[in-house]
Design a protein around this ligand. Structure first.
Ligand code: ADP
Length: 428
């Protein structure tokens, strides 16, 4: 389109069981609508005729079971139609899960039988794990279930900021633009985007999250029958593989969906064959999944943090507040020797205790860090507490001992206990 005028429009006709794959341009958003027929975006039905606006860089597909026509601006980075997709195999999985949910619902008083499917989605990065999780959740929600989404991916989480593991009930099909509502998720702060920094802490948080959910399910037959969909990290070798097994075990997964990797699938089948109630299912990766390089990932993480404070379309106004150094207690987990070297026997090396809570001195190094606000009331609860939200440090005034931070809303922080990791953000 000529500069200044709005981009030309075009219509795309989709035959049944095909999809339109789109990468939105890097610097402008995309408007499109469903003109006729029916179509869905990652499991959520498109409303007829309403214009939808997709932000720059978004990558997604519009799939139709029976045929559809899409009207769209002709200004994408790429868009093309594909008629080969793994959607039939995905919806078949959904049908099996549906059967299991119905069976669970039919026997509310039996503690084993009342548990719906616990699905865990595994595979390398960019195999479509988050997308498949989302479809399974939206299809279930469309049928009236309230499944729980658990996101263990600290690299590119879909529930909250990077560096966290989180869970949220999904009560409605997930909005194709807005994603998962940030309202009441249960979030634990790990603080880094790779587990290698402190794998013990990662395991402890996964266990903590699983125990809380277990308790919630015990009192809620409806969500128990709906079950869970657990998304995992793309890290599947060495430590990554151990952490996958740990997650399968800790959440007592009953269905393991393996995307796009034969080797991982056969390894899991082999170790899980001693558990007859766990099904390992290999699924094809969609040809539409877009590979994202590390630069793209980093910018997606940064975008996520911006979105937390400013909203998806700059529609939130975060509050800047000032606190005295004394008003806040900042901690990090792990690192630091267990005991001072002088207290150790001669010749012994001090060992870092991965679960030690280390107080952090406030200095200029904290600038630009994103800290988590703990729900802990006492210091000894910090390790096992989930978090209320995040603040971003924008200024440290050493002489006046004042710290300036941005929070999504004003008022007092729910706790003075803050957790620090390596999560930082620079406003761009
Ligand atoms: P993973 O969770 O395995 O890292 P994702 O599910 O996040 O992978 O997919 C990677 C990217 O590809 C995401 O931006 C997603 O929206 C996009 N994507 C997934 N499936 C399709 C598809 N069929 N067509 C177009 N884009 C897709």
């Amino acid at each position: 389109a000529a500069s200044g005028s709005s981009p030309a429009m075009k219509q795309v006709k989709l035959e049944k069981e095909s999809e339109l794959r789109i990468e939105v341009s890097f610097n402008s958003s995309l408007r499109l609508r469903l003109l006729n027929g029916t179509a869905e975006i990652f499991g959520t039905e498109m409303p007829p005729e309403n214009w939808l606006i997709f932000p720059p860089r978004m990558k997604f597909a519009i799939f139709t079971w029976y045929g559809a026509t899409i009207e769209m601006q002709d200004n994408t980075e790429t868009d093309y139609v594909a008629d080969e997709t793994p959607m039939i195999s995905y919806v078949n999985v959904h049908a099996v899960l549906e059967g299991r949910r119905n069976r669970a619902k039919a026997s509310p008083s039996d503690s084993d039988a009342s548990q719906g499917p616990r699905v865990i989605v595994v595979g390398p990065t960019d195999s479509g794990k988050s997308t498949l999780s989302r479809m399974l959740l939206s299809w279930a929600a469309k049928q009236g279930w309230k499944p729980t989404f658990v996101d263990l991916d600290i690299g590119q989480g879909s529930i909250t900021l990077p560096g966290c593991i989180a869970a949220s009930p999904i009560e409605m099909p997930i909005d194709p633009v807005e994603g998962i509502p940030l309202e009441m998720p249960l979030v634990y702060f790990f603080g880094h985007n790779t587990p290698t920094v402190n794998a013990d802490l990662y395991r402890v948080l996964v266990k903590e999250l699983a125990q809380i959910l277990e308790r919630q399910f015990a009192g809620n037959p409806e969500s128990r029958a709906a079950g869970m969909v657990i998304n995992t990290m793309g890290f599947i070798d060495g430590l990554g593989y151990d952490l996958l097994l740990h997650a399968i075990d800790t959440f007592q997964a009953t269905v393991v969906l393996v995307l796009g990797q034969e080797k991982l699938c056969s390894m899991l089948k082999d170790v899980l064959k001693r558990k007859p109630n766990v099904d390992v299912v290999k699924l094809q990766k969609s040809g539409g999944v877009v590979s994202r390089n590390s630069k793209f990932r980093a910018s997606a993480r940064s975008q996520r943090i911006r979105e937390y404070f400013y909203g998806l379309s700059n529609d939130l106004s975060p509050h800047s507040s000032i606190a005295n150094f004394n008003d806040l207690s900042i901690y990090k987990v792990g690192g630091g020797p267990q005991a001072p070297a002088s207290a150790l026997p001669i010749g012994a090396q001090p060992v870092a205790d991965p679960m030690r809570l280390v107080p952090v001195n406030i200095n200029r190094d904290l600038l630009n860090l994103v800290l988590a606000v703990s729900f802990a009331k006492e210091q000894d609860q910090i390790l096992s507490s989930n978090i209320a939200g995040f603040i971003w440090i924008t200024d440290i005034d050493i002489p006046r001992k004042k710290i300036t931070y941005l929070a999504p809303s004003g008022g007092e922080l729910p706790s003075k206990f803050l957790l620090m990791g390596s999560l930082t953000w620079i406003e761009t």
